[in-house]
Ligand binder design. Structure first.
Ligand code: GLA
Length: 398
């Protein structure tokens, strides 16, 4: 067995991050920012690929956050820079068009475009991004970026951002930025939790109405996120392919949304579908809806660790029926269980990215070491280990 040490990716101290973002802003724009905002990444506890199927999801915000330092400009121009990426962009609000600019600037610019399309007042802006959610890790670094920019732009333009209704509107703007500007067919779960999460809680979100309930996460277990560093992007077509399969299945069954089907209907419905791919996606969606209900009950009863077997079933469903796992994600689950973790599953869009592992109190270091060893033995890249807890929504930091 290898002795490779786990590569811990700690969230660190947010006060230091504020100072870093402030300094980088001053270096880029030669002036002080008017404010600093931050938005979290997210991990989905259960309910995968249910948002665009109109089902329930149960994500939580993590304590790894993206910061945006910003100030308004009176000339209607936008200037953007980042601490992580040399790409910058400068242009006017009026010249923003879907698909231009691209890259991380496209996500930030897309928010301003979508806000304008929604009729919101906007000034020009200087924006400095400090992205601290691992990019491509399946932890919604893009939603952290768009939501932090949306909040900064709204507050600097005098729009209200407090209250659930205001947050829901901002989330819709961020979804539009990703879907229609950046070309990422995201389903809305990520932006909702990034803007509406409550520390210590998971967000039970009904993706038909986008109504949400806060469900306390009991302190009887610990969550470990494992970034396999097998990176994925929502724009690479694989995620869109699964979404399209769900739409075909709904059409063949003549139902408005797959998540509205009940598990008892499956034996009658599956034979009506034209191929095994569609049977698999329907089986995953319908059984995953049930699993969300089971995990919510465990949380409400204060028995987080008892949710473990349901997380394992969810992983098997994504591996075998929805077919979006990878050998690395499967190995995280296998090694975590072998090390005594009650449950684990891949999380997010799939085809790479991260898994979430439920650990008994105090077990996180041992589970992380076992997974790191298993990756080394399999010849995979060293995974990143993020100790996470349910954190708060996007907010102004200074
Ligand atoms: C990505 C998307 C979400 C959701 C998940 C899968 O994170 O952005 O909208 O569909 O995949 O649950």
């Amino acid at each position: 067995m290898s002795t490779a040490a786990p590569d811990w990716v700690d969230a660190g101290d947010s006060r230091d991050h504020r100072a870093d973002a402030q300094q980088a802003f001053t270096a880029a724009f030669d002036t002080e920012p008017e404010g600093i905002w931050s938005a979290p990444g997210r991990v989905n506890l259960i309910g995968e690929h249910l948002d665009y199927n109109g089902g329930p999801v149960l994500p939580l915000a993590i304590d790894h956050r993206t910061l945006v330092a910003a100030s308004p400009r009176s000339d209607g121009r936008i200037r953007m820079a980042s601490r992580q990426d040399a790409a910058t962009w400068e242009g006017s609000l009026a010249e923003l068009r879907p698909g231009r600019p691209t890259g991380w600037c496209g996500y930030a610019a897309g928010v301003l475009w979508a806000a304008r399309e929604a009729g919101r007042p906007l000034s020009g802006l200087n924006l400095l991004v400090d992205g601290r959610v691992p990019v491509g890790g399946g932890l919604s670094s893009s939603a952290a970026l768009t939501c932090a920019v949306a909040l900064a732009a709204a507050q600097l333009s005098g729009s209200g951002v407090s209250g659930d209704d205001a947050r829901r509107e901002l989330a819709a703007i961020c979804v539009r930025a990703e879907n229609d500007f950046a070309g990422a067919p995201t389903g809305g779960m990520d932006q909702a939790v990034v803007l509406r999460a409550l520390a210590g809680h998971a967000l039970l979100l009904d993706c038909t109405t986008f109504d949400a309930e806060q469900v306390p996460v009991p302190h009887v277990g610990e969550l470990l996120v494992v970034d396999t560093r097998g990176h994925h992007e929502l724009t690479d077509g694989q995620y869109g392919g699964r979404r399209a399969a769900c739409e075909r299945a709904a059409q063949e069954l003549d139902v408005p949304r797959l998540a509205g089907l009940d598990v008892t209907q499956l034996p009658g419905l599956l034979p009506r579908l034209s191929d095994d791919e569609l049977r698999g996606v329907v089986r995953h969606v319908v059984t995953e809806v049930q699993r969300v209900g089971a995990v919510v009950s465990h949380l409400r009863e204060g028995r987080l660790l008892e949710a473990g077997p349901t997380l394992l079933e969810s992983h098997a469903s994504m591996r075998d029926d929805f077919v979006i796992s990878t050998p690395e994600l499967d190995l995280v689950v296998e090694a975590a269980v072998a090390a005594g973790a009650p449950g684990a599953r891949m999380t997010g869009g799939g085809f790479g990215g991260s898994a979430v592992v439920l650990c008994r109190p105090g077990d996180r270091p041992a589970v992380a070491a076992a997974i790191t060893g298993a990756f080394a033995a399999a010849g995979f890249a060293t995974p990143g280990m993020l100790p996470v807890q349910a954190s708060g929504a996007a907010a102004r930091m200074a």
